[in-house]
Design a protein around this ligand. Structure first.
Ligand code: SF4
Length: 388
């Protein structure tokens, strides 16, 4: 990786060639652990001096190999992730950690483990409800994960190293939130496309290198003279994984995307792991309670049997009200990857919530292929026209 590049251009370079740094580190004796979803507690991997690397799909790569193992009417992102793995694009990995964050993730994990031969493979089961019993169960799962990671790395996961790793990952969350603060001005100082590249770059680097890169980017953006131009609308995007900037560029041809609530955007950085006497308990609490993905079933009142719709919407989406106000958002696009049940079932309620806030919104379904870009462009143009 050319060290001459800094800031946004370095992030872009990493985005375009994600595995290069991981391969360099592997050549120096580091072990690289893949993970497909942001619910995997990276702090435990970092604390054992292993390098976490997010395994992503590639919407420009037609799925072929994965057809041997997964049905066609199935999460296209998981199909693409597995396809990339079966084509050897992750052959530098020393191991994989998967998690039951959605049924497609769970089903793909089984297949992934059977069709690949990594020295280490671990599956974390994860409850879908946010209840004390669920937290206790999840903590048990993380302690199992700890045992297999220690056995694989040949090292003990001490409280000290884990707390230091939590500190570094929390610092990264703070820096990403600070970067998103720079989209509040109009025009924003940094584009949604640039931030999508930065986030994907962060998911390809050890946390300390990611924090250095972010510090560079912050000072670059705060002093830049080539800020994005003001567009006809200030959009919030909401969806599962938005990890390809081609989609973001289609959106930003018409509008400024000032906040992306997906796991290619702010989702993994919006909150922090709180300090806890038991670091594993603190991690379980953060990953189960704080990450706002549609895969979790949240109730306004635990065990309630008589639904109060407005209160329910507030408990599930209330955090978006502050975001809409603070980022002066005047339109929301809910992006649905075909066959993604958790997000599909969430859409009607979220639409009601945005309607209740008086925010124009639309939902666009697309399949995770390059062919989706043209129809997406037409839909976005029509929507932005209605709100500008
Ligand atoms: S959308 Fe949710 S379940 Fe899917 S990868 Fe992102 S965080 Fe994980």
């Amino acid at each position: 990786m050319s060290d001459k590049r800094r800031g946004l251009s370095k992030a872009r370079e990493i985005y375009l060639n994600r595995s290069q740094r991981a391969r360099e580190l592997k050549a120096r004796g580091k072990k690289i652990i893949g993970y497909p979803c942001v619910y995997v507690p990276l702090e435990m991997i970092t604390a054992l001096d292993l390098v976490p690397y997010r395994t992503c799909g590639d919407m420009k790569e037609p799925v072929t190999e994965a057809d041997r193992a997964l049905p066609s009417s199935f999460c296209p992102i998981m199909r693409s992730c597995l396809d990339c793995a079966l084509k050897g694009k992750n052959d530098f990995l020393d191991g994989m950690v998967t998690i039951h964050s959605s049924d497609p993730q769970e089903k793909t994990a089984r297949v992934w483990e059977s069709y690949t031969d990594y020295p280490y493979f671990h599956f974390i089961d994860m409850p879908v409800t946010i209840r004390p019993e669920a937290l206790e169960y999840f903590e048990g799962q993380l302690n199992d994960f700890k045992k297999t990671l220690e056995a694989f790395s040949g090292k003990k996961l001490s409280t000290g190293t884990l707390e230091a790793a939590i500190e570094s990952h929390n610092q990264q969350r703070t820096l990403v939130r600070e970067l998103y603060e720079l989209t509040k001005p109009s025009p924003p100082l940094v584009s949604g496309t640039e931030i999508a590249q930065v986030v994907k770059a962060l998911m390809s680097l050890p946390v300390a290198e990611g924090n250095e890169l972010l510090a560079d980017i912050m000072s670059e953006v705060e002093n830049r003279t080539d800020a994005p131009e003001r567009k006809a609308a200030r959009l919030l995007t909401w969806g599962s994984t938005l990890d390809n900037t081609d989609i973001m560029q289609v959106l930003e041809a018409q509008a400024n995307v000032v906040l992306d609530e997906s796991c290619g955007g702010i989702r993994a950085y919006r909150a922090e792991v709180r300090r806890s006497p038991d670091a594993i308990e603190g991690l379980a609490d953060y990953y189960l309670n704080e990450i706002t993905c549609a895969r979790s079933f949240r109730q306004a009142i635990l065990g309630e049997t008589r639904k109060h719709y407005a209160r329910d919407l507030q408990s599930r989406f209330g955090y978006l009200k502050g975001i809409v106000k603070e980022w002066n958002i005047n339109g929301a696009i809910m992006l649905l990857v075909r066959y993604c049940d958790p997000f599909a079932f969430e859409m009607p309620s979220l639409k009601d919530y945005f309607d209740g806030l008086g925010i124009p919104n639309t939902y666009i379904e697309y399949d995770y292929t390059a062919g989706a870009l043209a129809p997406l462009r037409t839909r976005v143009e029509a929507f932005v026209e209605t709100i500008s």
